[in-house]
Ligand binder design. Structure first.
Ligand code: FAD
Length: 466
């Protein structure tokens, strides 16, 4: 007899474990099948380790400027092995915490590879060699994604790395190229440069961080250049040729670039091919994403898909939100679908980027008549106190017929700690607040978030400091 559950979940990443935690707290009996460790890409090979390394880079920058604050510490030396050890220990601690939380909610975790067999049946090839069949009233597919690669750059762990290998690298190279100037590529470029690696970003498109508000992206590019990160755009890489300690990256129309490491950061592909979906009726699109409706239902009744496996923003918190939608639907409750155009985005490179809602460009493309206000951190007292004045807050609002600024369409930020400041902007966008409503709120002084308040106030036609 198969083991019986209300919900069987394949994959224990942010999507899968969130579904189990939320489902269990609503009284559902949940099983999670995980072939590696619960926590998924985010905890073991993504968000958490990448941010831990970025934090090391932050500490190095702080120490480098300590003398400006009257603190003399001598030259900062990087011990990357210790950095990686700290990353390992933070990940381990969070993994133990998550495992304990799941155990506490009486979620059964099956360590092994899950294959969907149709209906509510999931077969598990356990890591210990045994097998078990699980039966769920509902099944949630949450197998996530893996790094994409490109022709001519086979991942060998020596010259060519993806995020997976980079996050475990115990020795720093002197030189590195990051292929792909998206969010993850820029985070890695920023980290490596700040710990002393000579970094070049090679991006095929005309600009890095495509899709970002132009004013915001420009601040990042300027800072990268100031810190010695070479940004080459419109570049087509064709392959590489190892030569001892280095490898030569070939590019169309320019001389090869010689570096010790090549980091391929060209996006992630959904891991649907190994789920056994053929013949089950679960539809997959041409890129491998499982097709779902607004409540995360696949084409087969009782089967859901969430997280990086579906064609929605590949973000851990989007996976959390989709997990809640799926579980509410399973419970027969009304689930509010995720509004993908308004989810919060955070990029943790230096300077940080955070935004929700329309950029100026996308609002105009969508046909809005817009009122825009932008304010620079250089005028903000806290930014001057901490010595981080690069960056801005930009608010995009709908322009009313009388010319005044109405509903907030987007809040875009770049600068110090903006990933921690976006919350108010996210709420304003998603609550469809008007500019005057937000401008009315008090911001504590002196804080970085005062710039958020000033930017809104300016849109009302009156301001204080801005
Ligand atoms: P995953 O996290 O990929 O988890 C899927 C799980 O399923 C894995 O544990 C896998 O082992 C398991 N699995 C797969 N197939 C099977 C099977 N057949 N049987 C059993 N188990 C299976 N997002 C953010 O929001 N913020 C960030 O700052 C951020 N930074 C990132 C940095 C990097 C370097 C990377 C690579 C990603 C980052 N992301 C970030 C993205 C984030 O990690 C993903 O969006 C998130 O992990 C997706 O969650 P998921 O549950 O859908 O999939």
């Amino acid at each position: 007899m198969p083991d019986q559950y209300d919900v069987v979940i394949i994959g224990g990443g942010p999507g899968g474990y969130a579904a189990a935690l939320y489902g269990a707290s609503a009284g559902l009996r949940c099983a999670v099948v995980e072939k590696d460790r619960v926590g998924g890409t985010c905890l073991h090979r993504g968000c958490i380790p990448a941010k831990q390394l970025l934090e090391a880079a932050h500490v190095r920058r702080t120490v480098a400027h300590a003398a400006d604050f009257g603190i003399e510490v001598g030259e900062a030396r990087v011990n990357w092995e210790t950095t990686i050890e700290r990353k390992r220990s933070v990940v381990e601690g969070l993994w133990k915490g998550l495992s304990g939380l799941m155990k506490g909610r009486k979620i059964d975790v099956y360590e092994g590879t899950g294959t969907f067999r149709g209906g509510g049946t999931v077969h598990v090839a356990r890591n210990d060699g045994s097998e078990v069949t699980l039966e769920g009233d509902a099944v949630i597919l949450a197998s996530g994604s893996v790094p994409r690669t490109i022709p001519g750059f086979d991942v060998d762990g020596r010259y060519v790395l993806t995020s997976d290998e980079l996050l475990d690298m115990t020795e720093l190279p002197r030189t590195a190229a990051v292929i792909g100037g998206g969010a993850i590529g820029c985070e890695f470029a920023s980290t490596l440069a700040d710990v002393g690696v000579q970094v070049t970003i090679l991006e095929g498109l005309p600009k890095i961080l495509p899709g970002l508000d132009g004013d915001v992206a420009n601040v990042v590019v300027r800072s990268f250049k100031k810190r010695g990160i070479e940004v080459r755009t419109g570049v087509k890489v064709t392959g590489h040729e190892p030569a001892g300690d280095v490898t030569r990256i070939q590019m169309e129309g320019s001389e090869p670039l010689e570096v010790e490491k090549v980091v391929v950061s060209v996006g992630r592909r959904p891991l649907s091919d190994s789920l056994g979906l053929d013949g089950t009726g679960v539809e997959v699109d041409e890129r491998g994403f499982v097709k779902v409706d607004q409540t995360m239902r696949t084409s087969v009744e009782g089967v859901y898909a969430i997280g990086d496996l579906v064609a929605t923003p590949q973000l851990a918190h989007v996976g959390f939100a989709e997990a809640i939608v799926a579980i509410k639907d399973i419970l027969g409750e009304t689930a509010v679908p995720v509004d993908y155009g308004k989810v919060p985005w955070a990029i943790y490179c230096h300077p940080e980027v955070a935004f929700a809602g329309h950029s100026e460009e996308s609002a105009k493309e969508a046909g809005f008549d817009v009122a825009v206000s932008k304010h620079q951190f250089r005028g903000n007292s806290r930014a001057q106190i901490i010595g981080e004045t690069d960056g801005l807050v930009k608010v995009i609002a709908e322009k009313r017929a009388d010319g005044t600024a109405g509903t907030v369409l987007g809040v875009h930020m770049v600068g110090p700690w903006v990933t921690e400041q976006l919350g108010q902007g996210y709420l304003a966008v998603n609550w469809e607040a008007t500019v005057d409503e937000v401008a009315h709120f008090i911001q504590p002084h002196p804080t970085l978030s005062e710039l958020f308040g000033e930017t809104f106030m300016a849109l009302t036609g009156r301001g204080l400091h801005g």
